[in-house]
Design a protein around this ligand. Structure first.
Ligand SMILES: [Zn+2]
Length: 364
């Protein structure tokens, strides 16, 4: 994840005090029963605790780097609910959400065919950079936290991965196909020296989605760090690797601007049944239906909106409740409600006030 702190203006005093007090009121958690251990975790109550659904399962631990050193990090993640835990530079561990709640750290993600890993993963944000080694205190705390979570949920070391290993990009103007290498978040956690220090004695040997051609490799260097044996010199050189100018465009719904084409948003998936077009005249259509209607994809009106990777659930009515349309996906953060030209996510929707005629899109 990348955050922008330009507006945070250094230490937000009130935010800081709130954290201190929240930390002082830490309740010994059932997840961390031993007193000495529980004391190391500060429970911060994110407002997202009220709305976030439970994870469908807990099979992965995904490690992120904040790409910033800012003092506002914990506050920012608390407000956005983008991680379950944060480990700061001094090694303090903050718990942001309820222990089984979805955190939105991975965004567009896939591992071995399973998509939307946020529904199956604990996201941990480490304050620091994808190409810098974490501090000794961070390593120690992270080793402890990851160890407890692995034991609690029965997660093996091979399922503890950096975000960059599971993120993928949709086709765009640079890549025709869906590709691995959308970002380098957490990359340092794939290296042997760091994994050894974290007590992670195993790691994936290959990319299962690239192997079966669901994805192509979009970042050769990242792929090397994730899977190749690196020499001492190469490991040392990681810290001087500049980040590529990648477009981390992970919007659920893109709007076609003047002069742009559907291929820039949907690539080869432009006529797929899971590519949904919101046409300026108000019609909502699947790509495959538009193809049958001989829709002119070459001349798409500016203002057309495109959601890639979605199932068109149709209209919400008195009979067709969100739950009857989307099942347990109805309140997930990646489920979209389209009403009056607005897009509201599943975790923000007020389910007693959904206007009839609201369209529902969800990811399976
Ligand atoms: Zn990340």
């Amino acid at each position: 994840m990348r955050y922008h702190f330009e507006n945070s203006g250094g230490v937000d005093r009130r935010g800081f005090l709130r954290q201190v007090f929240a930390g002082a009121l830490v309740a010994a958690s059932t997840l961390f029963p031993e007193k000495t251990e529980a004391a190391r975790i500060f429970d911060i109550k994110s407002p997202k605790r009220r709305t976030r659904p439970m994870r469908k399962s807990t099979r992965f631990i995904i490690l992120h780097t904040t790409e910033a050193d800012g003092s506002g990090t914990v506050d920012c993640i608390t407000q956005s609910g983008t991680a379950s835990y944060v480990v700061d530079r001094a090694g303090a561990i903050y718990r942001i959400l309820g222990k089984s709640q979805v955190s939105l750290g991975c965004g567009r993600s896939m591992w071995n065919g399973l998509v939307n890993l946020d529904n199956h993963a604990i996201n941990i944000e480490v304050v620091g950079y994808h190409n810098k080694y974490p501090s000794g205190l961070q390593m120690e705390s992270l080793k402890y936290l990851v160890g407890v979570l692995m034991r609690t949920y029965g997660i093996s070391a091979g399922k503890v991965m950096p975000h960059s290993q599971v993120a993928y990009g949709r086709p765009n103007r640079w890549y025709r196909r869906s590709h691995r290498g959308r970002k380098r978040c957490g990359m340092i956690f794939a290296t042997d020296p760091v994994r050894r220090r974290l007590g992670l004695l195993d790691r994936p040997r290959y990319d299962p989605d690239v192997r079966v051609k669901r994805l192509t490799v979009g970042d050769e260097y990242l792929s090397k760090v994730l899977y190749a044996k690196m020499s001492k010199q190469e490991l040392a050189a990681i810290t001087s690797q500049p980040s590529p100018d990648s477009e981390d465009e992970d919007l659920a719904v893109g709007t076609v601007q003047k002069g742009q084409t559907v291929w820039e948003y949907a690539g080869d998936e432009y006529a797929s049944e899971t590519t949904i077009y919101l046409l300026p005249d108000g019609r909502i259509r699947r790509g495959d239906d538009l193809l049958k209607e001989k829709f002119d994809f070459h001349n798409v009106q500016p203002g057309t909106r495109i959601a890639v990777g979605y199932t068109l659930g149709g209209c919400v009515t008195g009979e067709r409740t969100p739950f009857s349309i989307a099942g347990q996906n109805w309140n997930r953060p990646d489920t979209l409600y389209l009403t009056d030209g607005k897009v509201i996510t599943g975790d923000e929707i007020n389910d007693v006030q959904i206007p009839a005629g609201t369209f529902l899109l969800f990811r399976k």
